[in-house]
Design a protein around this ligand. Structure first.
Ligand code: GSH
Length: 211
């Protein structure tokens, strides 16, 4: 069985959890608390269990993988969620990497202690990217998800990032009907809907500093 090691947050592992959950792929979720991390990191960094000193790490039998993108792509290849044609695979990669960029904007913002004052810049930056993705996906009106009529890896990640953006700014998806529809479709997939309600889900918002 796969083992996914991560902190008790959504962070850089949630799209991997969503992937496992939606496809009903059995996995063990090994949670390292931030308190445990202080000891775990120096003890394991550079060993096969923690190759690059950061989480997430996926264990697949004797293979220990670091880097969320490498983990997600490994799973997508193994479980046939990369796209069928060469074009779909390339677009899946392109949209996954664009999602990394949007996620980075969010992560930079969310951990900024002065984020309340910088909301406009954040919204502008995120919306600039969303607009381009919306335009791109609209041009491919035939497909129901980002690249084809079933979810590929990019959809799990895009869903997660759209969801955290909308948690930060409720109305942020309103101008993007195609992205909004993909978000709603992913959210209502039965295994995902069940997971979102389950105890396995970590969903604590990052508190806003009052200082
Ligand atoms: N590029 C890496 C970044 C991994 C990363 O930044 N992990 C953070 C948590 S999201 C971490 O392990 N932080 C603790 C530390 O660096 O000590 C990935 O996508 O997996």
């Amino acid at each position: 069985m796969y083992q996914l090691v991560y902190f008790p947050i959504r962070g850089r592992a949630e799209h991997i959890r969503l992937f496992f959950e939606d496809l009903k792929i059995p996995y063990e979720s090994k949670v390292i608390t931030f308190e445990e991390w202080g000891k775990y990191k120096p003890e394991h960094s550079g060993t096969k269990e923690l190759p690059f000193g950061q989480l997430p790490v996926l264990r697949d039998d004797q293979l220990y993988l670091s880097q969320s993108g490498a983990i997600a792509r490994h799973l997508a290849r193994k479980h046939d969620k990369y796209g069928k044609t060469e074009e779909e695979k390339a677009l899946n990669d392109m949209l996954y990497d664009m999602t990394v960029d949007i996620h980075s904007i969010y992560l930079k913002h969310i951990y900024d202690p002065n984020r309340k004052d910088k909301m406009d810049t954040f919204v502008q930056e995120a919306k600039g990217k969303l607009e381009l993705v919306e335009k791109f996906v609209q041009r491919r009106t035939k497909s129901q998800y980002l690249v084809c009529d079933e979810p590929t890896l990019a959809d799990y990640y895009m869903y997660e990032v759209l969801d955290i953006l909308a948690r930060e700014v409720k109305t942020i998806l309103e101008s993007y009907p195609k992205l909004q529809a993909i978000h709603a479709q992913m959210k209502s997939r039965p295994n995902i809907a069940a997971y979102l309600k389950s105890e396995r889900r970590f969903d604590k918002p990052v508190p806003v500093s009052d200082s």
